[in-house]
Design a protein around this ligand. Structure first.
Ligand code: CNA
Length: 259
């Protein structure tokens, strides 16, 4: 695993790899959105560092949701309010531009903030679900985005009008199955350049995906990452830089016009 070079040298290597590649895939994590104003989990200002009285890891714990859904909904309302005010980051726009130029085949995201779609990416696999719909955990009735938002802000804990069950957004909690796993695995296997951006690589099965890559892997993450599942013999470049700043440097060599 190469690293330790200066930012400009790393950016040059990265730009060269992008120029050579024809099948780029991005695996993104919460670090990709921190500069937009959404805290991550494990970074220095992450949600896991908050003093909430209850272990913050329980916010997305399915067993705890069944026990105390209000804890999640108090957090979720704040998250939805934040989403109304934010915009895609430089890095989101950079990867949307790579897709527009036929270089990037898809984004596999662990994020639920929809910033990739806002930036213009079309092929986005939200493996941890998203905020687009919600459903009753008892009778499985579903509500679309607008209905879900209205319910979330009109009731402390939204309940089903059909059976009285608790409503849950279609976000994958710890203890639930991820979505689009086979499609994600296929994308990674077929890629000739995999970017892993803003992820601590702690959460599985997302963290297992880079292990399937046959081409080069570029990890851009400032802060500790879990290297346990990374391929031992793979061609991996680890860039420990601030994400937006790094991709600005990369684009100095490529010259893409960003939206
Ligand atoms: P994580 O475990 O919080 O890791 C994020 C990593 O990014 C950390 O190592 C940080 O140090 C690093 N980082 C943060 N900001 C920057 C930056 N500007 N430049 C460089 N590095 C930075 O997050 P993962 O995505 O690995 O964990 C998976 C969880 C987080 C998924 O289940 C997500 O749903 C969940 N999550 C998503 C969001 C979102 O949708 N934006 C927000 C918070 C958590």
């Amino acid at each position: 695993m190469k690293s330790g070079m200066n930012k400009k040298a790393l950016a040059r290597i990265c730009a060269d790899e992008i120029e050579k590649a024809t099948n780029i895939v991005l695996l993104s994590g919460a670090g990709m959105s921190t500069s937009a104003g959404i805290p991550d989990f494990r970074g220095p200002n992450g949600i896991y560092r908050r003093q909430l009285g209850i272990n913050p890891e329980k916010i997305f714990d399915i067993d705890y949701f069944h026990e105390n859904p209000r804890f999640f909904y108090d957090f979720h309302r704040e998250f939805l309010k934040t989403l109304k005010t934010i915009k895609p980051t430089y890095a989101h726009k950079f990867f949307a531009t790579l897709e527009k130029n036929g270089k990037l085949k898809g984004v596999i995201t662990q994020n639920i903030d929809s910033l990739h779609q806002m930036a213009g990416n079309k092929n986005v696999l939200e493996i941890h679900g998203g905020i687009w719909k919600s459903y009753c955990i008892r009778c499985k009735k579903t509500w679309n985005y607008e209905e879900s938002i209205a319910l979330t802000f009109s009731q402390d804990v939204p309940h089903c009008d059909q059976c009285g069950g608790v409503i849950k957004p279609d976000i994958v909690f710890f203890g639930e199955m991820v979505k689009y796993l086979e499609e994600s695995q296929r994308l990674v296997k077929e890629s000739d350049l995999l970017f892993v951006v803003g992820s601590s690589l702690v959460v599985t099965p997302a963290a297992l995906l880079p292990g399937l890559a046959k081409g080069k892997i570029v990890i851009v993450n400032k802060g500790e990452i879990n290297k346990l599942y990374l391929p031992r013999s793979g061609d991996i470049l680890h860039v420990e830089e601030e994400i937006d700043e790094f991709f600005k440097s990369v684009n100095k060599f490529l010259g893409y016009k960003l939206p």
